[in-house]
Design a protein around this ligand. Structure first.
Ligand code: IMP
Ligand code: MG
Length: 181
């Protein structure tokens, strides 16, 4: 793929991603036996992970979508989280799993977790494909994590830099020369 020219390393291949996503789906299925779950996709970064994950969950689930913004076109969080698209339905009394692409500072998930708790969800858990613990500025932790990665800026499998590279099938480290420009 031509987009691969802009990356310095493939971190996880399509095949490795598929295997781990299936494991996460099986784990969620075991943990929520007999329960209904609302799977909330954080747009847009988690969309590919989300679509793969939900097909590995053998439970009565419902889907909803939310969007926040904190990065603009930068590789660092602005520190301020804004809701740009809200859920379609109330979540009071529901088990919610927030599906995220990556936890970095933790600010986005802290904001969403608080918001959902304030709306009286029965439970709120976090499922993130990637975790970058070195970037953390909050006490947020994921309940289901695909892979823990070092502090590099990654793209592909839904993750972007300035809205590009989401369609790379693998998770890759972006060449720093791209954002130094
Ligand atoms: P946080 O609020 O700093 O935890 O950032 C969460 C959001 O920042 C994620 O949902 C991603 O959209 C974005 N993000 C953080 N690190 C990366 C990265 O390495 N590549 C692409 N997006 C990232
Ligand atoms: Mg993003």
């Amino acid at each position: 793929m031509k987009l691969h020219q802009d990356v310095c390393k493939v971190l996880y291949t399509e095949k490795q991603l598929q295997q781990r996503v299936a494991e996460l789906g099986a784990q969620i299925t075991r943990d929520y036996q007999g329960e209904e779950v609302l799977m909330v996709c954080t747009l847009r970064g988690a969309c590919i992970f989300y679509c793969d994950l939900i097909r590995h969950i053998d439970l009565d689930i419902k889907l909803d979508f939310i969007a926040t913004s904190s990065y603009g076109n930068d590789t660092k969080s602005s520190g301020e989280v804004r809701l740009t698209k809200d859920l379609s339905s109330p979540i009071s009394g529901k088990n919610v799993i927030i599906v995220e692409d990556i936890i970095d500072s933790g600010l986005t998930l802290k904001y969403l977790k608080r918001l959902f708790e304030a709306r009286d969800a029965k439970s709120v858990r976090i499922c993130s494909l990637l975790d970058k613990p070195e970037g953390r500025q909050t006490d947020i932790e994921g309940d289901y994590i695909g892979f823990t990665i070092p502090n590099a800026f990654v793209v592909g499998y839904g993750l972007d830099y300035a809205e590009r590279y989401r369609n790379l099938p693998d998770v890759c480290v972006l060449d720093p020369r791209i954002y130094a420009k």
